[in-house]
Write a protein that binds this ligand. Structure first.
Ligand SMILES: NC(=O)c1ccc[n+]([C@@H]2O[C@H](COP(=O)([O-])OP(=O)(O)OC[C@H]3O[C@@H](n4cnc5c(N)ncnc54)[C@H](O)[C@@H]3O)[C@@H](O)[C@H]2O)c1
Length: 377
């Protein structure tokens, strides 16, 4: 997919901004930022009350630090929490959070802060988008996935019986505050799963960042703080570019779904408990490479091996173990149900070379099945 908007060179010293005209917002990234949350957020809060929305784990680990930082800056904040995990991302939880908004007497001058992983951010943003038809919203991500992906871009929502993330709203935050030191308390497997999304950015948009990952994979996997801060900065820079050029995902922003069509099929077929999202996306990226090679889209024959090596070094699984012989056919059928399929044709984001992708509608079911087979353990 070609986009005429220039893609800026990396400049790690520069403050990141998502440039959306009057709805532009800064992304602050630095170790230790949480303690400065009050001073950094005060200009964005509108002077009203603040409701911090966190899951119970994040509330227990980091809630007091955030509340103390806000109160030290004279910000009137209360925290409400919900049970950690994807099953909480529902309308029922959102309704409890709207009750919390009422109890906190949050009016139009108020602000909701999403404090946690993607579940907290998606829920809090949806609650903010609907409460009084929209109040201010701030994201303070605490998982790697949330720092590099979900906190930036304004997609919010809940899961319903109809499917994951089908009900929601675009609600851009007024500010994003990412403190990489918070990742020290993350479960190692959850952390590594987030690294798949980091690798995705290098492959889809930025060969220089891909090369940096090759030079720093072990440091990143071991959570060395300067490496983590750089990876979060570069990932946010690339995500911000996609959001700026295509806020509502009608064009290039779809490239962010590289590996996701295959990954979603794996997650649903294997059961959501089997894979973390990032793990399934990593395997899905291998399958996308295989499909690109088969369809003659892939020009850089060295890319699959580079991507495999990085997945391995970052501690991510490379293969999927099928339960029976019929699984590849079932997986291929599942891709047809993907949100990105149109008029019966499944659309895949396929790599041409590092930094260049192609959106391809594919009708060749045998080719899709072969792509799934390419990464079976
Ligand atoms: N809005 C978007 O653009 C977007 C993009 C990608 C994913 N998502 C959504 O994000 C969600 C997944 O996000 P996630 O992986 O962050 O899941 P999550 O929010 O459930 O967090 C994962 C686990 O980590 C715990 N946790 C969070 N921060 C921690 C910390 N600092 N220390 C210790 N534990 C911590 C949480 O309590 C939770 O148990 C999905 O619902 C997905 O749909 C949204």
């Amino acid at each position: 997919m070609h986009c005429a908007a220039p893609f800026p060179h990396s400049n790690p010293g520069v403050q990141l901004t998502v440039d959306l005209g009057p709805r532009s917002y800064p992304i602050h990234i630095a170790p230790g930022l949480l303690a400065r949350a009050g001073e950094l957020l005060a200009p964005h809060l509108g002077g009203g009350r603040v409701l911090v929305v966190a899951d119970a784990t994040v509330a227990r680990l980091h809630g007091e630090t955030l509340l103390a930082a806000l109160r030290a800056a004279g910000i009137d904040a209360v925290l409400t929490s919900f049970a950690a995990g994807e099953p909480s991302k529902t309308l029922a939880t959102a309704e409890r959070l709207w009750t919390a908004c009422a109890e906190a007497r949050l009016d139009r001058s108020g602000c909701v802060i999403g404090f946690g992983g993607g579940v907290s951010g998606d829920l809090a943003g949806f609650v903010a988008a609907c409460w009084m038809r929209g109040v201010r919203f701030v994201q303070i991500p605490t998982t790697l996935l949330a720092m590099v992906d979900s906190a930036v871009g304004g997609k919010t929502g809940v899961d319903t019986a109809a499917g994951k993330n089908l009900v929601g709203a675009f609600c851009q935050p007024a500010c994003v505050l990412a403190d990489p030191t918070l990742l020290a308390t993350m479960d190692p497997r959850e952390y590594r799963a987030g690294l798949a999304e980091v690798l995705k950015y290098g492959v889809i948009k930025d060969p220089a960042f891909l090369a940096w990952l090759e030079a720093n994979a072990e440091r990143l996997r071991e959570r060395e703080s300067d490496a983590v801060a750089h990876a979060v900065h570069e990932s946010c820079r690339i995500k911000a570019w996609y959001v700026q050029v295509d806020e509502f995902e009608r064009g290039p922003r779809a490239e962010l779904n590289y590996g996701h069509t295959f990954g979603h099929a794996l997650e649903t077929e294997a059961g959501y408990a089997a894979y973390l999202h990032g793990e399934a996306v990593g395997i899905g990226m291998r399958m996308a490479c295989a499909l690109a090679a088969r369809l003659g889209v892939l020009r850089d024959a060295g890319l699959p091996a580079r991507q495999d090596a990085l997945l391995r070094r970052l501690g991510l699984p490379l293969t999927h173990a099928p339960r029976d012989a019929g699984e590849t056919a079932r997986l291929a059928a599942r891709t047809a149900l993907d949100k990105k399929s149109a008029k019966g044709r499944v659309r895949f984001i396929l790599p041409v070379e590092p930094g260049r992708m192609e959106l391809r509608a594919v009708e060749d079911v045998a080719a899709v099945e072969d792509a799934f087979r390419s990464a079976l353990g």
